[in-house]
Design a protein around this ligand. Structure first.
Ligand SMILES: CC(C)(COP(=O)(O)OP(=O)(O)OC[C@H]1O[C@@H](n2cnc3c(N)ncnc32)[C@H](O)[C@@H]1OP(=O)(O)O)[C@@H](O)C(=O)NCCC(=O)NCCS
Length: 444
């Protein structure tokens, strides 16, 4: 494929996401280790790009390694208890200095309009202020955390107003109190609370990576809150770095409090945020309260997607030809699995009520998604629907997929035993095999 056609394909692929993300609110948490990495200027330019695409962006940053470096210069030993810093009077000045320096660094990077950079001619405005108030973390398990704090409140209206004018809101990990104290907060806690208060569309954390690996060391792409809680249990017992455990726990909390999606992105991947937000499968881990892929009844707006999915299989002779019009006319029979507005699997369930039989037809999984149990998930849904609708038998006619259905409990049957209406239209030249499965064994 030429560079030009790759570009055109990528741009077309990103277009729906550009449209979808426009006007949405994203809260992004960046740990201090990311800020210290070589990738950081690129990341900030990518964030500026998001702002120029109309995304309302809140950036919350952390400064842990920067504080530790300053404490070292001052010969102060950092004190931690269960991954949380104990901030005393001697160390708070290092916290304030580290926060100030990083804040200025981010503002400077966002102000760059270098020719030949992705942000040429851009005029990005950044705002920050006393948007978060803090309260003492207190004494926990006998440890006095002193000036380490928790989020007390978030000025959501003021932040929203700033976002509405197109500014990027930059939030430090400091919380002020009405009595004039300054508390050192966890950036993960701040980001999660800000996302909850703003009812953000996305909370993005650039920290977790290998902790969310599944089997075969592949990153787990999607998790429901329930699955994430299970992982959290394992993480505690495996003693995984507490910061990452905290990020996962606060991600779950945000998700359960109404933040629509929480993304964990490997901080080491160049352009990781753009890949996660503008490609269908992303590169990180997505946490959502409902299962990401859910089979559902198709609607007229799915006709185009179903047609696109079936067309190559029809052209290969695997499936019988069905026009757009035919799909639209039968749309009530179709079920789909949709990911980010793309139909990735579909099937029709035709009813023969006199015979208490339902036929599975036009079943297909997009080639990019085969062998990931999506066909299995869709089949289970169809089987359940058929049972719920009183069918006693499932039927499928197939030329090349008989074995897949045999493994699901189907057995071959005689064409003569098909429902009368079906027999009338059976294509003897195509010579499909007819397979049936009794559903009565499923009843208890
Ligand atoms: C058949 C189909 C729906 C299965 O969907 P899927 O999501 O890939 O399937 P799953 O992930 O649940 O199952 C994968 C298993 O099925 C097997 N399989 C896939 N296609 C098969 C076929 N035509 N015959 C037999 N087994 C098949 C795979 O080898 C894999 O086996 P393994 O687990 O032992 O490695 C999908 O491959 C497809 O769309 N095929 C083209 C259209 C088609 O044949 N439709 C059925 C006609 S009604």
């Amino acid at each position: 494929m030429t560079n030009e056609s790759t570009f055109v394909e990528l741009f077309r692929g990103a277009a729906p996401y550009i449209r979808d993300h426009y006007g949405k609110t994203f809260v992004l948490q960046i740990g201090g280790d990311v800020i210290a990495s070589d990738n950081f200027p690129h990341l900030i330019h990518d964030l500026a790009l998001l702002n120029s695409l109309g995304i309302k962006l809140v950036i919350v940053f952390g400064v842990r390694p920067q504080i530790d470096a300053l404490l070292k210069e001052r010969s102060i030993t950092p004190e931690y208890f269960e991954a949380l810093r104990v901030t005393d009077e001697a160390s708070i000045s290092s916290v304030i200095q580290a926060v100030g320096e990083v804040k200025i660094q981010i503002e400077a990077l966002l102000s760059m309009g270098l020719p030949n950079s992705s942000m040429a001619q851009s005029d990005i405005k950044v705002t920050s202020g006393n948007y978060v108030t803090g309260r003492p973390y207190g004494v926990v398990n006998g440890v006095d955390f002193k000036l380490t704090g928790r989020v007390r409140s978030v000025e959501k209206d003021t932040i929203s107003k700033r976002l509405d004018t197109g500014e990027i809101v930059l939030i430090t990990p400091l919380g002020y109190s009405s009595t004039g104290e300054i508390f050192n907060l966890s950036s993960i806690d701040v980001a999660s609370q800000v996302a909850i208060h703003l009812n953000a569309d996305k909370l993005i954390m650039l920290s977790l990576a290998e902790e969310l690996e599944g089997e075969n060391e592949e990153i787990t792409r999607q998790l429901t809150c329930e699955q994430a809680k299970e992982k959290l249990g394992t993480a505690y017992s495996n003693n995984i770095d507490d910061t990452h455990v905290t990020a996962l726990a606060l991600g779950i909390k945000a998700c359960e409090a109404g933040v629509k999606r929480v993304h964990f992105i490997d901080k080491n991947i160049e352009g990781g945020v753009l890949q996660e937000l503008f490609t269908r499968d992303g590169i990180g881990t997505l946490l959502s309260s409902a299962p990401f892929d859910m089979a559902r009844q198709a609607t007229v707006s799915d006709v185009g997607g179903i047609y696109e999915l079936l067309l190559p299989l029809q052209e290969q002779g695997i499936l019988i030809k069905r026009s757009r019009e035919k799909i639209e006319a039968d749309i009530n029979d179709y079920k789909v699995l949709v990911r980010d507005d793309t139909v990735i699997a579909c099937a029709a369930l035709h009813n023969y009520p006199d015979e208490k039989l339902m036929e599975i037809a036009s079943m297909a999984v997009h080639s990019d998604y085969q062998n990931q149990s999506i066909g299995d998930m869709l089949f289970n849904y169809l089987e359940l629907l058929a049972s719920e609708n009183g069918a006693k038998t499932l039927l499928v006619l197939t030329t090349q997929t008989a074995h897949w259905f045999v493994e699901k409990g189907f057995t071959e049957t005689d064409i003569e035993s098909l429902p009368v209406e079906k027999k009338k239209i059976y294509d003897y030249q195509r010579n499909s095999k007819a397979l049936i499965k009794s559903l009565t064994n499923n009843e208890n």
